[in-house]
Design a protein around this ligand. Structure first.
Ligand SMILES: Nc1ncnc2c1ncn2[C@@H]1O[C@H](COP(=O)(O)OP(=O)(O)OP(=O)(O)O)[C@@H](O)[C@H]1O
Length: 494
């Protein structure tokens, strides 16, 4: 298993232009405002006709509903809302220039709330490691956590000192590379020097890194710090993006802890960010970042409203491929990410689709590092419109033009995790599900997530997700593709 990895709002809503409200009527079964349980549709398979199954909220009938679109940054209930300006957050003028150069005009809620806590008077950093400047921040996918921690790192750096001062770890090379582009953009008007701690980036005989901000993955970072290629004696801030995965003892937790244990015992600000902090990681997070200021979400707040969640009944597992192929036109209206559990499934689907005359790319952790970079860059640039992948890009990846995510396979917990935290009858990994669907609907844009259901278990998994997230997952018929295409076009135009 790889470890590394209702209102629909307009993209322009990200810009705090004049407040606007558009009233659009959508006559489609999956733009329903409410979740209402109805009869089982005629094409339901036998397991769906089971009264227990049919008595759920998953099957919706057609309604004509009015959806109000409004500027989210002016809506107090939105995670993108803020009452303050970037100027009020105490940022250096050069960083403000960087932010405005990126066309950010107003902070999001997490930025507004986290930055004043994160940027507290640096003198406090002379306190012991358990100083209150540590921070644990949770905010929905695509709400701007990266800017919050990148601005923290850049604010802490003394540009006259040619030594590593800020370390940032991410679970995948793709995400580490993306974070670095944000450091480069936000730090464009500073003298910051940066370096990667990612496999195959540095020459093997590299002796010494003098860059002030280093972004990497835990294995390579551990190795470079242990071999003293990275001198950590001046490190002031240590950031974990996707912190719950970085701290999970089933995954990257050991390596992350090893890096922390090599840092100075005093004066290092520990900063943890993620959209999810499952219960079994919280205790470790509290030990890892003692006495941290915290911003947390309620369980039912975690999934973003801007992603419309749907499911398709494929009948049985062998039909999933055909359903995916029938969706191809929809997948290429904007850009799409197809998630599979296994690497060989991702490769096999890509091989078959290419053989059938479609254009797709596949990406997973078993590919060569240089191929991985090439594939994700091609997808980011829009050269490829469909990416078939595994959980390696489930977290953090920010490609605003992705308007559709397909869970070809639903993400499942491994047995050990299941025993620890989840309901005994549930095998679904709700955290990964939330991260996967969060690859679309970024910063208030519209997005669609389609889940393939093929048997009773996957049907129950959908119910479990609905129950945990409190958001409806609506059925779309496999023969309703014309309608879906139309709607996707509307979505992508916005
Ligand atoms: N204040 C802002 N104004 C406009 N756009 C912003 C602002 N902050 C962030 N963004 C944009 O929003 C998008 C999502 O931001 P980011 O990738 O930091 O989300 P995230 O919260 O880290 O998501 P995830 O949980 O998936 O990692 C990015 O394209 C980023 O450039």
């Amino acid at each position: 298993m790889e470890k590394d990895a209702d209102g629909f709002y307009t993209a322009d809503a990200a810009k705090p232009s004049a407040s606007r409200a558009l009233h659009l009527y959508f006559k489609t079964q999956w733009f329903t405002a409410e979740s209402k349980s109805e009869s089982v549709p005629s094409e339901a398979t036998e397991w769906q006709k089971d009264p227990e199954v049919a008595a759920t909220d998953l099957i919706k009938s057609d309604y004509e509903v009015m959806v109000t679109l409004a500027d989210q940054q002016l809506d107090p209930s939105s995670p993108l809302y803020s009452v303050r300006t970037f100027e009020e957050l105490g940022l250096h003028a050069d960083l403000l220039k960087g932010i405005y150069d990126m066309k950010f005009t107003k902070p999001s809620k997490i930025q507004e709330r986290a930055l004043p806590l994160l940027l507290r008077d640096p003198h406090q950093l002379n306190l012991p490691l358990d100083s209150p400047s540590n921070f644990i921040g949770q905010s929905q996918s695509g709400t701007g956590k990266t800017a919050a921690f990148v601005l923290t790192m850049l604010s802490r750096v003394d540009f006259s000192l040619q030594k590593p001062q800020a370390l940032c770890l991410a679970p995948s090379r793709e995400l580490a590379r993306q974070i670095m582009t944000v450091v480069a953009s936000m730090g464009k008007f500073t003298e910051v020097q940066t370096e990667y701690a990612i496999k195959d980036y540095l020459p093997r005989d590299a002796k010494h890194i003098s860059a002030q901000v280093i972004v990497g993955t835990p294995g390579t970072m551990t190795d470079l710090v242990r071999r003293r290629v990275i001198d950590v004696s001046n490190v002031k801030v240590f950031v974990l993006d996707e912190a719950d995965q970085m701290l999970d003892t089933d995954g990257l937790g050991d390596q992350t802890l090893r890096v922390k244990n090599m840092l100075p015992k005093r004066g290092v600000q520990i900063v943890l960010f993620s959209a999810t902090f499952p219960e079994h990681v919280r205790t470790f997070a509290d030990k890892f970042a003692p006495n941290a200021n915290k911003i947390e979400l309620q369980r039912n707040e975690i999934a973003v409203d801007s992603v419309r969640q749907l499911y398709m009944d494929c009948g049985d597992a062998t039909k999933k491929y055909e359903v995916l192929v029938s969706l191809y036109k929809c997948l290429t209206v904007g850009q799409s990410i197809i998630f599979c559990t296994r690497r060989d499934t991702a490769d096999e689907i890509a091989r078959r689709m290419i053989a059938d005359g479609h254009r797709v790319a596949s990406l997973h952790g078993a590919k060569e590092a240089s191929d991985r970079d090439h594939i994700i860059d091609g997808f980011r640039d829009g050269k490829e419109k469909v990416l078939i992948t595994t959980n390696v890009v489930a977290r953090g990846i920010d490609i605003p033009q992705v308007n559709m995510v397909v869970n070809y396979d639903l993400p499942l917990l491994n047995e050990r995790q299941d025993h620890r935290g989840s309901a005994p009858d549930s095998k679904i990994d709700v955290e990964i599900y939330i991260h996967r669907i969060g690859r679309t609907g970024r910063f208030g844009r519209k997005g669609i997530a389609i889940n393939f259901v093929h048997n009773r278990q996957s049907w129950q998994d959908i119910q479990a997700i609905e129950a945990v997230t409190g958001k409806p997952i609506t059925r779309v018929k496999t023969d309703d593709l014309d309608e879906m295409e139309e709607t996707l076009k509307k979505v992508s135009k916005n």
